[in-house]
Ligand binder design. Structure first.
Ligand code: FES
Length: 216
C-alpha cells in the first residue's frame, strides 16, 4: 500500500468518525449571494479556483453561527459539492493553509508570531502572557474564549512582536499590553487593534526621523 493510499484511507476513517452535527450546513442568504459574487470572478470552467474564498466564507459563517471558526468535514463536503470537486481535493486545500481550522477553536484565535524579528523583540514574553492566562496551544480555554497558536511571520515585522487575534493585528506588544488585551476580550470589550505604543503604520517609534519638513 502506498503512503498516499494509506493517508487517503486514514483520512476517510477520520472523516467518518467525525460527528455529523453540521451535516445540514447551508449558506445564509447573505453568504449565498456572496458565493455568486465569488463565482463571478472565475470562468465557469475554472470554478475550482473559488475553493479558498468559499472555505474562508464557510469558516466565517461557522464563527458567526457556532461561535467557533472551524471547518467540520460536512462543511468541507458542502463547499466541495457546490464547486463540483472531490471532497479530498477540498480537504487538501484546507489542510495546506493554516488559515483554516480543522477542529474547534475558541471565540478568539490568538496567533503569536514566533519568527526571528518577533522572537528577538520578545515573542517569548507574549507566549508567557498567554500561558499565564491559561491559553494552550491548540486547545480551547474552559470558558470557550481562547485558542493559542504559534505561527510564522504575519507580515508586520516592523512592529514586532505582534499577534493576530481573529482578523485583527496587535503590534509592538509586551507581556503587560498583551495581558491587558486578553483581559479586555474576556470582558467582552473590543480593544483597539494596531500598535500598542501609538506607532503610526510602520513609521519609526516616536514619529519620522527623516524628511521631517514634509510632515504637515
Ligand atoms: S516576524 Fe513576526 S510579523 Fe514578521
Amino acid at each position: 500500500m502506498t503512503t498516499d493510499t494509506y493517508n487517503t484511507i486514514r483520512e476517510a476513517r477520520r472523516a467518518a468518525a467525525q460527528p455529523r452535527e453540521f451535516a445540514d450546513f447551508a449558506w445564509t442568504s447573505e453568504n449565498a449571494a456572496q458565493v455568486q459574487t465569488i463565482f463571478a470572478r472565475y470562468p465557469d470552467t475554472r470554478r475550482a479556483s473559488a475553493i479558498m474564498p468559499l472555505l474562508w466564507l464557510a469558516q466565517e459563517q461557522m464563527a458567526a453561527a457556532a461561535g467557533s471558526a472551524w471547518l467540520p468535514v460536512p462543511v468541507i463536503e458542502f463547499v466541495a459539492g457546490q464547486i463540483g470537486m472531490p471532497y479530498m481535493r477540498a480537504y487538501e486545500v484546507a489542510t495546506f493553509y493554516t488559515m483554516y481550522n480543522l477542529k474547534p477553536v475558541g471565540r478568539y484565535l490568538v496567533q503569536v508570531c514566533g519568527t526571528t524579528p518577533c522572537l528577538l523583540r520578545g515573542s517569548d514574553d507574549l507566549l508567557r502572557a498567554c500561558a499565564d492566562r491559561g491559553l494552550l496551544k491548540g486547545g480551547v480555554t474552559t470558558d470557550g474564549l481562547f485558542t493559542l497558536a504559534e505561527v510564522e511571520c504575519l507580515g508586520a515585522c516592523a512592529n514586532a512582536p505582534m499577534v493576530q487575534i481573529n482578523a485583527d493585528n496587535y503590534e509592538d506588544l509586551d507581556y503587560a499590553s498583551l495581558t491587558a488585551i486578553l483581559d479586555a476580550l474576556a470582558r467582552g470589550e473590543t480593544p483597539a487593534a494596531g500598535s500598542a505604543i501609538g506607532r503610526r503604520a510602520s513609521c519609526p517609534e516616536g514619529g519620522p526621523t527623516t524628511l521631517k519638513e514634509m510632515v504637515a
